[in-house]
Design a binder for this molecule. Structure first.
Ligand code: 16G
Ligand code: ZN
Length: 551
């Protein structure tokens, strides 16, 4: 009774905007920030209910990632630290679109019963709140707090301005009973980075004053600020941050990973002076990164080193460690690891060929981190990346245990670091602590790339030469109803409207290397077209022809 009154009175301050239909989408709710007060409030309620249901701490992040600064958004970090269970997404949609406080209350009561959520007060609900640097973030945070605390006894803990992956990391750490402050995050990343540096083979040049600098485009967002803090804890690696939120530029405007990856041009404040230096772009909430090279006499164009290539570098390093681990007498305690690579159809075909040549098992899922991440949990080591730079490496509990057993032997037995196998086990353990186990993380991804390049003794150019991207082209087509396009087979085949796939096939067949897909965007009101072919002209033509078919 008290609960019903509390909900009704607080919900009466948050009427939904008229004539707007909201959908949880690929990565939570996103819209113009002025439309989101009631949505964020209601996601606050959802997070509190999720905490009740899972008997865990839940996270709520206010961000619209790479979207323009006037947009904002909200998404949930689930008990595991990953994305909200897909099973709850329809409820999220229903809550956000409930036309009145009375409807909202009805929906909540129904759902609580259906899900068997016990509201007897024997679990202390706690929701961790985070937000990026958007000016609308503070007001939306207040709405989220109101939502959480409209469940009797629930606590909303404001963690401040964070990157999205930091919040996911904190939720995961809290639920594992680990220390979970921002300082703990920085310490875990820097200490595992140091561990990997210490394990670089002696003959390889370590950070040597020439190769130790990386220049970061922070998208005028939160990532640059955090990276500066993290950088203070690192030895050897010099991180120069440009386009950080306090530098005064506009978030994601002519800067950031999404811009750099899609347009293949230099972000603001980068130029010919950066030729030959390793450059990285983060996105607005620092869950994506892409590297790039400024070619000599660049007229704004760049050589992009995208998520596919980051994935390939990680896979190569992990494969090398596993081969050491599995050498003869070292076999004993470690079961043969089952490694899986997960990509989307938007991965460049050359990367897939390369990974298969390495003997790796490559799997495909639809676009969206939640799909890749879920697939990656099926392996001892699951490595996933989208071409746009979002990805991570997941380790199964049992594989971590076998690595730990292995490294315990080292500390108990032989004092000297013995075999290659033992060092490889230490490296893999450090890698599992460095790379974010909850979600893709530009900060930890950057540190892992940097230490692997040092380990290999490679320049960014050498890395970029692993394989050559096939020419590709991405387009977006504004359509009346993007949901009219329905796909299957990890978005590689159109099933509706009828006849469209046949028409695409006909166009694709004109080039020996032709590949082409269309799919409705999960974040914008458009249909996306991706084309790959043996020449840039052919890829452009293919994309343009197929765009006309969609229109
Ligand atoms: C979101 C997704 C990303 C996906 C992108 C596709 C998360 C954290 N992010 O940014 O994985 O690649 O949407 O957007 O899930 P699109 O459907 O508009 O191309
Ligand atoms: Zn992002």
């Amino acid at each position: 009774e008290e609960q019903q009154c509390l909900l009704l009175s607080s919900a009466s301050h948050f009427w939904p905007p008229k004539g707007v239909k909201l959908s949880y989408g690929t990565a939570g709710f996103r819209a113009d920030a002025s439309l989101l007060q009631s949505t964020v409030y209601r996601v606050g309620i959802l997070a509190a209910l999720r905490s009740l249901k899972t008997r865990s701490v839940i996270g709520l992040m206010i961000t619209a990632s790479h979207n323009k600064v006037s947009d904002n958004g909200v998404k949930i970090a689930d008990a595991s630290g990953g994305m909200l269970s897909q099973h709850w997404e329809p409820f999220a949609d229903a809550l956000a679109n409930a036309p009145s406080p009375q409807h909202l209350l009805l929906l909540i009561n129904e759902f609580v019963e259906k899900e068997g959520i016990s509201v007897d007060g024997d679990w202390q609900v706690e929701v961790l709140l985070g937000r990026d640097t958007r000016p609308s973030g503070d007001a939306l945070l207040q709405a989220a707090k109101q939502g959480v605390t409209s469940i009797v006894g629930a606590v909303a803990t404001d963690m401040g301005i964070l990157t999205t992956p930091q919040l996911h990391w904190m939720v995961r750490a809290r639920n594992k009973g680990m220390k979970a402050s921002e300082q703990d995050y920085f310490e875990q990343l820097s200490s595992s980075f140091r561990c990997l540096v210490d394990l670089i083979p002696a003959e390889k040049c370590k950070f040597d004053g020439v190769n130790d600098k990386v220049v970061v485009d922070g998208a005028n967002g939160v990532g640059g600020v955090k990276l500066k803090d993290l950088g203070k804890l690192l030895n050897g690696l010099i991180i120069e941050v440009r386009n950080s939120s306090e530098d005064g530029g506009v978030l994601n405007d002519g800067v950031g990973a999404d811009y750099v990856q899609k347009e293949k041009v230099l972000p603001n404040n980068f130029g010919s002076k950066d030729t030959g230096i390793r450059c990285v772009s983060l996105d607005g909430d620092a869950d994506r990164l892409v590297y790039f090279i400024v070619p000599p006499k660049s007229s704004g164009r760049i050589d992009l080193v995208d998520g596919d290539k980051i994935l390939s570098l990680f896979a190569l390093f992990i494969r090398e460690q596993l081969s050491f681990l599995n050498e003869k007498e070292d076999m004993k305690n470690c079961h043969q690891a089952h490694v899986g690579v997960i990509q989307t159809a938007y991965a460049n075909g050359a990367s897939t060929n390369y990974l298969k040549l390495l003997g790796l098992e490559v799997n495909f899922t639809p676009t969206g981190v939640k799909y890749l991440h879920e697939k990656a949990t099926e392996f001892d080591i699951g490595i996933y990346f989208e071409a746009n730079g979002h990805g991570t490496v997941l380790f199964s509990e049992s594989f971590i245990e076998s690595l730990e057993a292995r490294t315990n032997e080292i500390s108990l037995g032989s004092k000297v670091l013995g075999s290659e196998g033992e060092k490889a086990a230490l490296r893999l353990l450090a890698l599992s602590k460095l790379i974010n186990q909850a979600v893709g993380d530009a900060l930890s991804g950057l540190l892992l790339v940097e230490v692997i390049l040092q380990h290999m003794g490679w320049s960014i150019n050498k890395w970029n030469e692993l394989y050559h991207d096939l020419p590709s082209k991405q387009l977006k087509v504004k359509v009346a109803d993007r949901t009219a396009v329905v796909t299957t087979n990890a978005e590689t085949v159109v099933v509706s409207p009828p006849g469209l796939q046949e028409a695409i096939n006909e166009e694709t067949a004109k080039d020996p290397q032709g590949r082409c897909f269309v799919r409705p965007s999960g974040t914008e009101d458009v249909v996306r077209v991706y084309a790959e072919a043996s020449t840039q002209e052919a890829a452009d033509t293919l994309a343009n022809c197929v765009a006309k078919l969609v229109d």
